[in-house]
Design a protein around this ligand. Structure first.
Ligand code: CLF
Ligand code: SF4
Length: 293
């Protein structure tokens, strides 16, 4: 369905610094860290640190309530005129406490109708919330899909918690993948531009990634973003090597034949503010706000 993917969405995409390589020098994004909890455990993540889905491993400086997030949006928008995107990328999963993410988006929409919203998620709860996400007007969603093969996934995810039950091994991996695929299909069918993040882990999912990319292309996603593993301190993968830029670029070159590759990702913090290559998160801490007048 392209009915909901109107000129408005395309114009917003042209000003989205992650979805448009041209836009990333000109337009800023801000992440609002309103989603601290997660419903799965990736072996590369230590939840005391930011979500590796969308961030480098560093402690998010603050977790905000939806009300404070709206205040922060007003503050940042006043100071950064070219702010085009508000993203929710953890520090946990944007859908694990959906009511917080929903309230934040609804609150900001009431202040500024034109801002573009963006969500990043592991996808476990997409089948449950895709209709609401679309109804809220969100047209840019990132899903991290690290593998299709449940045997490989079982080595990446320690457990999945879903509807009050915890699943491990291939059982958990199959459940996560089924929900990711159903959620992505639902979003694509409703005109949402889906970006797929893939964490490249040497000797684990690296040779499998081209198959993941092909499947995502078949599903109609907009772009795939292969990112290097940054093993978070304290995580199960903390002793694995960080994937090099050279290795990531070589794999992107292979996958580029199937679908466009994002190559300018900065693996941002969950409270990142500014252009992608600048980190103004500390300048815009709510805790510092009283000194900024
Ligand atoms: Fe944030 Fe992610 Fe939206 Fe961008 S980041 S939720 S799509 S607004 Fe961008 Fe940062 Fe890479 Fe993410 S550079 S980590 S891809
Ligand atoms: Fe960490 Fe994000 Fe994985 Fe959750 S989805 S365990 S927050 S990297």
């Amino acid at each position: 369905c392209s009915g909901s993917l109107g000129g408005d969405t395309l114009e917003k995409t042209s000003k989205h610094p992650c979805y448009s390589a041209e836009a990333h020098h000109k337009y800023a994004r801000m992440h609002l860290p309103v989603a601290p909890r997660c419903n799965i455990q990736c072996n590369y993540c230590n939840r005391k640190f930011d979500c590796v889905n969308e961030s480098r491993p560093g402690v998010t400086s603050e977790v905000l309530t939806p009300g404070l997030a709206c205040d922060k949006f007003v503050w940042v928008k006043e100071k950064i005129a070219n702010l085009s995107v508000v993203g929710i990328a953890g520090p946990g999963d944007a859908l694990a406490d959906w009511h917080l993410t929903r309230q934040t988006i609804a609150g900001i929409k009431a202040i500024n109708e034109d801002i573009t919203f963006c969500l990043s998620t592991n996808g476990l709860l997409l089948p449950a919330y895709a209709p609401e996400i679309v109804a809220l007007g969100v047209r840019h969603v990132t899903v991290t899909v690290n593998a299709l093969d449940p045997v490989i996934s079982a080595r990446i995810y320690a457990f999945i918690t879903y509807q009050g039950k915890t699943y491990t091994g291939t059982e958990g991996a199959e459940l996560l993948l089924a929900n990711q695929l159903a959620g992505i299909a639902n979003l694509v069918a409703q005109g949402v531009l889906v970006k797929i993040n893939i964490v490249m882990i040497k000797d684990l999912n690296d040779t499998h990634i081209p198959a993941v990319v092909k499947k995502m292309k078949e599903m109609g996603v907009f772009v795939t973003n292969i990112m290097p593993l940054i093993p978070a301190p304290g995580s199960a993968f903390q002793h694995l090597p960080q994937t090099s830029t050279k290795e990531v670029n070589a794999l992107r070159d292979v996958c580029q034949l199937d679908i466009q590759q994002m190559r300018h990702c900065q693996q941002c913090r969950a409270d990142a503010v500014g252009l992608l290559h600048e980190d103004r998160s500390q300048e815009f801490r709510m805790g510092n706000r009283s000194q900024d007048s």
